[in-house]
Design a protein around this ligand. Sequence first.
Ligand code: CMX
Length: 132
Amino acid sequence: MFDKIDHIGIAVSDLKKMISLYRDSFGLEFKGTEVVDEQKVEVAFFPVGESKIELLEPTDPEGPVGKFIAKKGEGVHHLSFRVTDIEGKLKQLKEQGVALIDETPRYGAGGARIAFLHPKSTGGVLIELCER
Ligand code: CMX
């Protein structure tokens, strides 16, 4: 079903400060930032092995990450699994009774096609499927 962990998304309220932590203190390679209007976030990328850390700062308090920080504070926001045939995977998961947030994929950071599963059916973890 899933090939590998594509990235871990972490909600932050001060992207500049957290970029400095991950780049300067943790010594990770900083690959730049991107504003993803559709998700109302600015994302900073840090490859780690085969996966990435994505720091997510809300660009709008009413977006999903803005609401998350207001409710729960900063922290791990989602886990993204790399897949092939994202439509087929969504169909299989739906048939197995998993609640989908996205019935069809949309576009995320880096031009990836992404779709989310609802945390109510995944043990409280927001899971993203990601096809590149
Ligand atoms: N992880 C775990 N649980 C979460 C969550 C998260 N990231 N975000 C919200 N929830 C939980 C809430 O705690 C709440 O639980 P309770 O009902 O037990 O209180 C429930 O989900 C509903 O949350 P809400 O605050 O009322 O918010 P909404 O229902 O409006 O939205 C969600 C929740 C998950 C459907 C929405 O955030 C969403 O569609 N997320 C997908 C898109 C996204 O997160 N994009 C940002 C990153 C994009 C990128 O990587 O580029």
